[in-house]
Ligand binder design. Structure first.
Ligand code: ADP
Ligand code: ASP
Ligand code: MG
Length: 407
């Protein structure tokens, strides 16, 4: 194992010049202890959102190549500022873009996959005892086109660098003290989890717990890289994510998550006969769209409504494909419902426990919240509800499973 620590600082951790200096001091503290540091940073504060808004003010359908060119600038700003802040403390640091440190990706703009990372430059700088600062969320394809790794992609940059550099540890610094039993901004009584298994974290991330990007957890799991999530505002211990969590007691439900990033699409009056669903979903899949929950009702009249969810970003593409498919299969109108949210419970203990779904539904019923769609996996249960009830639902389910901090 090397002497390298990879640290990643998210947007809020470096949102102002003052915050950047605080982060610089933390980094220098590790340097003084003798570690070689590779630091990944995100764009300052809400920069990425602001850049995206700008693009959509110009055109409703910006080219994905140009979007990457635009949003990758956010991280380029932060690496330079952080390097300057470290210089001011009298230490050597050098900033790099993804391209400069050889983060090579495929060409799928806005959601590129990392193919390889050339570590030569980073290692050369570390050997010179410099702190290496890398722009998160970005790379270049084989034609040197700038790409980005999907929202929250700086987490992925950090874990990927942790892997190729055989880092001692990979620390994700953010604006909360770790991974909680629910988003602490929604449930103030949420409890910080000491440790979590990759599988649980993966399920939580894909069901909406924004604290880690799903793809970064996938990578960590595949290569067995432990991740620590902790706060850049305090010195408290964070959450360790590793193969098997050391649960103090037998935990059935670990967390409640919320995802407000999905839209429900309904195709009305679809003929209820073999082959129709296959045709419709093939058409949608051909557009590269991932469909999530699917519900089809029993028909009494020979036709039925078919509903499914997709992420908001894919809505326009989905509607186009679904309208075409509906026409070809003799279906009716296609409508989009944006006012939905998905609440989920996650826990590896669910594998061997019954009654979790019933308790979750009860929590919603007690709050007069109607369930519109349900889906389950081995370690999670999700319900689609009206978006306006989302926070109430999360709090009610969190309480039902007694996940609060112990007084
Ligand atoms: P960063 O800018 O550091 O990458 P993010 O905003 O991407 O930070 O992720 C941190 C946020 O994730 C927290 O501020 C919190 O509101 C949210 N979050 C959602 N679910 C959870 C959870 N279960 N535990 C901790 N944070 C969560
Ligand atoms: N700045 C990028 C985003 O907002 C990447 C990241 O924050 O990890 O998605
Ligand atoms: Mg993030």
């Amino acid at each position: 194992m090397s002497n390298i620590i990879v640290q990643k600082y998210g947007g809020t951790s470096i949102a102002s010049p003052k915050r950047i200096s605080i982060v610089a001091r933390r980094i220098v503290g590790y340097r003084r202890k003798g570690y070689d540091l590779v630091v990944v940073v995100s764009a300052l504060g809400d920069t990425t959102d602001d850049l995206l808004k700008l693009a959509y003010k110009i055109t409703p359908s910006p080219s994905e190549r140009e979007l990457d060119m635009l949003i990758s600038t956010g991280e380029q700003t932060s690496v330079a500022l952080l390097a300057m802040a470290i210089h001011k403390l009298g230490y050597e640091a050098i900033s790099f873009t993804g391209a400069q440190v050889g983060i090579i990706t495929d060409s799928s703009h806005t959601k590129a996959r990392i193919i390889k990372i050339n570590t030569a430059r980073i290692k050369r700088e570390l050997a010179q005892k410099r702190i290496v600062i890398v722009a998160g969320f970005q790379g270049v394809d084989l034609l040197r086109e700038i790409t980005t790794l999907g929202r929250g992609g700086s987490d992925l940059t950090a874990v990927a660098l942790g892997k190729v550099l055989k880092a001692k540890s990979c620390e994700i610094y953010t604006d909360v003290e770790g991974v909680y039993t629910a988003d602490p901004r929604i449930v103030p009584q949420a409890r910080k989890l000491q440790s979590l298994s990759y599988d649980e974290m993966l399920e939580m991330a894909s069901l909406g717990a924004q604290v880690l990007q799903t793809r970064c957890v996938e990578l960590a799991k595949r290569f067995n890289i432990p991740i620590i999530v902790r706060s850049s505002f305090t010195d408290k211990g964070g959450t360790m994510i590793s193969p098997e969590a050391k649960h103090m007691e037998k935990v059935v439900v670990s967390a409640v998550t919320l995802n407000k990033n999905e839209t429900k699409v309904t195709i009305r009056d679809v003929p209820d006969k073999p082959g129709v669903a296959a045709k419709i979903f093939k058409k949608i899949a051909q557009e590269g769209i991932n469909v999530d929950m699917i519900v089809q009702n029993i028909s009494r009249t020979g036709t039925t409504d078919l509903s499914f969810t997709v992420v908001k970003e894919n809505l326009a593409k989905t509607l186009k494909a679904a309208r075409k498919a509906s026409k070809q299969t003799g279906g009716g109108n296609v409508i989009a419902d944006r006012a939905i949210a998905r609440v989920s419970v996650v826990g590896v203990g669910m594998r061997s426990h019954s009654g979790i779904a019933a308790a979750m539904f009860e929590a919603l019923a007690e709050n007069k919240i109607n369930i519109e769609m349900i889906s389950t996996s081995e370690i999670s249960i999700s319900c689609v509800i009206r978006k306006k009830f989302a926070q109430r639902a999360v709090r009610a389910i969190h309480k039902k499973f007694k996940l609060e901090k112990k007084r």
